[in-house]
Design a protein around this ligand. Structure first.
Ligand SMILES: C[S@@+](CC[C@H](N)C(=O)[O-])C[C@H]1O[C@@H](n2cnc3c(N)ncnc32)[C@H](O)[C@@H]1O
Length: 465
């Protein structure tokens, strides 16, 4: 992990060092068998070349620094989200969204060196103009408010001419980095070493983005798990979702004509109920996350639910994206077990050809989801045997971590699951011989059927404790 504690101290995150009630750091005893089997170059840099006794002596210090370094990546991820908002948002501009092709057009290859050089397109320049104007007067737009905070951390004042010029340079530079990353991930060489493929975002900021597609994947996996007898009907009571996410704006289905929202915890309750897996007394969901923005979002939704207010989910579907028939069917039935159809304002023309469904999630369902601060790479909740989870999920998260971090996360998950409990993920991880979680099967799902190109989807692996 390259990010140092100095960055974290500068950001004032030292408070995370104080232990939270019921949350423990991963002990050396759980790290030791991992270090014994992974190759020395996959050890954290600070521990490489050290004897087992020396690593043990350093462990409690290393684990706290690692916690702080990971939490600092949340701020970087917020910075990336702001750039996605600049590229794809429609709430601050009448300019069209930047498409994936246009994104390719704003990155040009320099002939003489072969290196990639960034040239902002006229469309991006106009978006930057409108974005800067929006930042000066956010007018209650939650995404512009977050953008202001991110910009303020750069000590840029967009109200002055000098600040505006500085902000333009900052946005152009960051758009170049985010644009290149989008390309790197879509163009990942399938022949790249497996370790690079499964840890592709290990050096990136932590994004909170989420969309409905993965929740369709989870519903399909739960269906398969049920028919294999790995989860019995009406017996799922306790569920944990690590990293539920909060959609912001992205290049696919993430739009900004509605407030930021979280989908996964509600989707999972909906699916467990539809499949007859939820216990008669209902399902309690713990939403573990380390992003204050994500955790705060749940707290606000719960406060509104206590006053009897439903949580409105807006589910966009871009009509020009070739969704599979199954995903479209899921989108149509989504929410029928947790709420009612809600009326949603028509999206602005700049959002493109998009259909929307609205679902008002019942307050009782909102209150069955409890947020909890946890960094699952280095922490676990200390749970009595009777309180361990029947089912845990972490989707689109493990690829942000290296092999050692992923293996620690798996050890922490195992400690929070009841014996026989299941962990579902769509990220590929190395299954180490020492891991208490064993792969019990997998489900392949198709999200996009692209004529003439390979279908896009996910493989959800079911791990069993
Ligand atoms: C890319 S989003 C994925 C959201 C959702 N699971 C999905 O698949 O659409 C990643 C989420 O994981 C959270 N996250 C990342 N690293 C984490 C960690 N070490 N511990 C807990 N949450 C983490 C982020 O804050 C965010 O909410």
């Amino acid at each position: 992990m390259v990010r140092g504690s100095l960055v974290v101290a500068a950001l004032g995150l030292g408070a995370v060092l104080s232990a939270q009630a019921g949350i423990a750091y991963v002990p050396f005893a759980d790290a030791k068998p991992i270090l014994e089997v992974i190759q020395p170059q996959l050890w954290p840099a600070a521990l490489q070349g050290k004897s087992p006794a020396a690593v043990e002596a350093l462990w409690s210090d290393w684990v706290k620094r690692e916690d702080m370094a990971i939490r600092a990546r949340v701020l970087e991820g917020d910075g990336d989200s702001v750039i996605n908002f600049l590229l794809f948002g429609t709430s601050f501009t009448t300019q069209p969204r930047v498409t994936e092709n246009e994104l390719a057009g704003v990155l040009v290859r320099q002939r003489e060196t072969g290196a990639t050089r960034f040239v902002p397109s006229p469309l991006l320049e106009k978006r930057i103009d409108d974005f800067i104007a929006g930042l000066v007067s956010p007018g209650g737009n939650a995404r512009l408010e977050l953008a202001r905070q991110v910009i303020a951390r750069q000590s840029i004042n967009p109200s002055t001419d000098a600040g505006k010029a500085q902000l333009r340079r900052y946005l152009e530079d960051r758009a170049a980095v985010v644009g290149s990353a989008v390309h790197a991930s879509t163009l990942l060489d399938p022949n790249a070493p497996l370790v690079d493929q499964v840890t592709i975002f290990r050096d990136r900021g932590l994004s909170s983005d989420t969309s409905i597609a993965i929740d369709f994947g989870i519903e399909r996996a739960l269906e398969d798990v049920k028919s294999n007898g790995l989860l019995k009907p009406a017996l799922v009571r306790r569920v944990a979702i690590v990293g539920p996410g909060l959609d912001f704006t992205d290049k696919q289905e993430g739009h900004d004509f509605y407030p930021p929202q979280t989908i996964q915890p509600f989707a999972v309750i909906d699916s467990l109920t539809r499949l007859g897996l939820a216990a008669a007394g209902g399902v309690q969901v713990t939403a573990f996350d380390l992003s204050p923005r994500v955790l705060g979002h749940f707290e606000s939704a719960r406060a509104r639910a206590r006053q009897g207010t439903a949580y409105t989910l807006v589910l966009p579907r871009e009509l020009d994206r070739p969704w599979s028939r199954e995903l479209t069917g899921y989108w149509q039935r989504f929410g029928d077990r947790i709420g009612q159809t809600a009326t949603i304002a028509t999206p602005p023309p700049t959002a493109g050809r998009v259909a929307v469904r609205g679902v008002a999630v019942r307050p009782s369902v909102v209150l069955s989801v409890t947020p909890r601060d946890l960094n699952f790479v280095v922490q676990r909740a200390d749970l009595a045997a009777a309180d361990r989870f029947d089912l845990m999920l972490a989707t689109n998260i493990l690829l942000y971590y290296d092999v050692f971090e992923q293996s620690l996360a798996m050890a922490n998950i195992a400690k929070m699951l009841r014996p026989g409990g299941l962990f579902l993920t769509n990220d590929r991880v190395f299954e180490l011989p020492s891991s208490p979680l064993r792969s019990a099967g997998m489900t392949d799902v198709v999200y996009l059927e692209q004529p003439g190109a390979s279908a896009k989807g996910d493989r959800i692996t079911w791990y069993r404790r």
